[in-house]
Design a binder for this molecule. Sequence first.
Ligand SMILES: [Zn+2]
Length: 81
Amino acid sequence: MPLLKKRGGLKKLRGSAMGIKKELLDILACPKCKGDLVLTLEEDGLVCKNCKLLYEIREDIPVMLIDEAKEWNETIKTKDN
Ligand SMILES: [Zn+2]
């Protein structure tokens, strides 16, 4: 049995080399319902599943405007599933 185990094997900490930062995500809320947002798998948008709205991220800046938001549906995968 190899004694060497990968450190933090379960953790998938990839930092924030690309896309928006975790800290930013923590402070952002849906402008409509103030609910939590989740990143899309492609990290090109933030989704409010309450409102079924997708706020696009353009050039690393989330566009948190209800008028600019797109409709979200289950075919757009998010990081929480
Ligand atoms: Zn919302």
